[in-house]
Design a protein around this ligand. Structure first.
Ligand code: MN
Length: 207
């Protein structure tokens, strides 16, 4: 995140396209990663080329995104959000978090199930395209929220602010091939592939 925007790398996918089957199908993964994410990445680089934005740390750009062109907001958000998304899933995912993160979830939401329900509602009720988030606020408490399009809680334009540690892409491109209009089924399936070790790492880095 301290990397200058011009030096950002398109990340490698940490598993095979079919690794998250049957919950997320291989064709969706391949198209999502190689076309959608790659396009956000390329379009971000094109949008910042030969501007002051190219030399800014990526975190600073996102934090001050209201000052910059909408193409940078959409594609910069798209790059950040997908980069996070790939890492918080794995073939051995699912279950529940342990330790510090489990305690924080219980403290903030009452139980894992209560957090899960709140997250599901955020993901289901985000009208149109966007993301659902579990994030760490500046007072180190946890919050669930959603954002439209490729916005995220790091952006100054966001309704909820914080450091996202878990995110779910609810754009139709993330689920339509397998789930068509049944977004709730895709959201339910997501819980089977969450990499809680990665989310816990994000949590400890954030606090
Ligand atoms: Mn996407």
């Amino acid at each position: 995140m301290n990397t200058q925007v011009k030096n950002l790398q398109f990340p490698s996918l940490p598993y095979a396209y079919d690794a998250l089957e049957p919950h997320i199908d291989a064709m969706t993964m391949e198209i999502h990663y190689t076309r959608h994410h790659k396009a956000y990445f390329d379009n971000l680089q094109a949008a910042v080329k030969d501007t002051e934005m190219a030399d800014m740390p990526f975190a600073d750009l996102l934090k001050n995104i209201s000052k910059y062109p909408v193409a940078v907001r959409n594609n910069g958000g798209g790059h950040f959000n997908h980069s996070l998304f790939w890492t918080i899933m794995s073939a051995n995912g699912g279950g529940k978090p342990q330790g510090e993160l489990a305690e924080a979830i219980n403290k903030n939401f009452g139980s894992f199930e209560a957090m899960q329900e709140k997250f599901n509602t955020a993901a289901k009720t985000r009208f149109g395209s966007g993301w659902a988030w579990l994030c760490v606020k500046s007072d180190k408490s946890l919050a669930v929220c959603s954002s439209p399009n490729q916005d995220n809680p790091l952006m100054d334009v966001a309704e909820c602010h914080g450091t996202p540690i878990l995110g779910l892409d609810v754009w139709e491109h993330a689920y339509y091939l397998k789930y068509q209009n049944k977004r709730p089924d895709y959201i339910s399936a997501f819980w089977n592939v969450i990499n809680w070790d990665a989310v816990t790492k994000n949590y400890t880095n954030a606090i």
